[in-house]
Write a protein that binds this ligand. Sequence first.
Ligand SMILES: Cc1cc2nc3c(=O)[nH]c(=O)nc-3n(C[C@H](O)[C@H](O)[C@H](O)COP(=O)(O)OP(=O)(O)OC[C@H]3O[C@@H](n4cnc5c(N)ncnc54)[C@H](O)[C@@H]3O)c2cc1C
Length: 463
Amino acid sequence: MPPTPTEALLSRDPSVRQAYSADASGLRMLPDAVARPTSPAEVADLMRHATGSHTPVTAAGGQSSMTGGSITDRGILLSLRGMDRILDVDVANATARVEPGIGVAPLKRTLAEQGLLFAPDPTSEEEASLGGAIACNASGARSLRYGATRRHISALSVVLATGELVELRRTRLEKNTVGYAPIQDPIDWFIGSEGTLGIVVAAELSLLPLPARVTGLGLPFPGDRKALAFVLAARTAAAKGHVAPRCLEFLDAQALEIVRAQEGGSGWSGKAFVYTEEEGTGDGELDFDAWLALAEAHGAVTNDVLVFDDDAKIRTARLLRHGVPATMNERGGKFTDQGGRRIATDWAVPYPRLAEAITMARAAVAAHGVAMPTIYGHAGNGHPHMDFVARTPDEVMAVNETIADILRGILPMGGTVAAEHGIGKIKHRWMAMQLTPLQVTAMHALKHALDPDRLLAPGNIMS
Ligand SMILES: Cc1cc2nc3c(=O)[nH]c(=O)nc-3n(C[C@H](O)[C@H](O)[C@H](O)COP(=O)(O)OP(=O)(O)OC[C@H]3O[C@@H](n4cnc5c(N)ncnc54)[C@H](O)[C@@H]3O)c2cc1C
């Protein structure tokens, strides 16, 4: 008997299964089989087969998940990387219809050639796929201006657990009183659902005009306190229209050391650093005097300010910034064989409380006696990353206890335990610190309505 079309899609070859068994979380899980479909019809067939045979299915894109979301040791690993076409670009209406497997960065480059901007910019855009960015509601430095991925998705094609293909379009209503708010735009159920409610097989993107000119500024400071006060002042100045930052990124002394090691020079000076970008129109440039006055007032080392005034220089700055999490991943990766790993937090607080939150977090680290993490990230949104390297299972435990204390500190500040990387398979207990039992019940009700047999991405978000 020849294999059914679905069986033909499945590979049980150990080397193929091995190749899809890791993501950026440091965890490893060997799937029973790997499916690599090339069309929505194949995904729908696979899900019908999975429901019929009660086989779990976990979607994967670029497998850059920091939380184990894109790996599984239960059932089928469904890689969408083979579905990577741009189906249509409508320049006049600034939309594009795209398959989920395309990389975020190549997609952005192709659209830029047509004068269009897909705004989401996760630092991992060279590794992440569009489907993964949608499933995690990815955000990045420039989310300060543009928001996270959700805002830029106008329609989705989704294969449900049953194999049914549904088309969802965001409403364009300015007023609507029909039903509870969470049910009004079902597209939002799937964005950020980490593969637990359906498989995204195509998306329509809302695009923006590509800015004519972008200028970056790198501002060194003598320490964290002054740099973070500057970030707060920049947000106030932006609210008054004096400056217009599209990102406000912070690097502490350890993060700066990583940048300096890559850069090979002494350009990125100081003991803390803020990187910002501003867009201009036509020949318009950022108001350098306004930025300099603000920086001077907050103790920046203004003689060493760096200006990134063309695309190549901005790309280099971005690469250097990306080098921080990439280096921390490498450092943690050296200890995976002995049960260690990089442990990254992505908690956030309302931005006016960031300095207070970082001071509290450093005190918690010192009290637990674990090595001080590297702190960097999206300060303008009140969203830093703290990257720890734990070398042994004991150190993993000590770091996790430290993080639990930090999270207990940031929640009363109005914070969130996970602003960017999702929950995946490793942040359940942290999520439980934040959500009320009522919220958890509502989440389970939606999961039950869409995936009653709990076949999609088991272990992600809900254990
Ligand atoms: C160095 C580094 C830097 C990072 N920086 C950022 C950052 O700045 N901002 C940020 O938000 N994240 C960041 N991340 C985390 C990660 O890159 C993002 O979450 C990214 O969006 C994941 O995309 P992916 O294609 O790799 O998805 P994967 O890792 O393959 O999957 C992630 C989740 O999406 C689900 N999924 C994937 N494709 C589909 C689909 N088609 N349909 C349904 N579900 C799907 C998976 O089941 C899984 O739950 C970073 C990671 C690394 C390693």
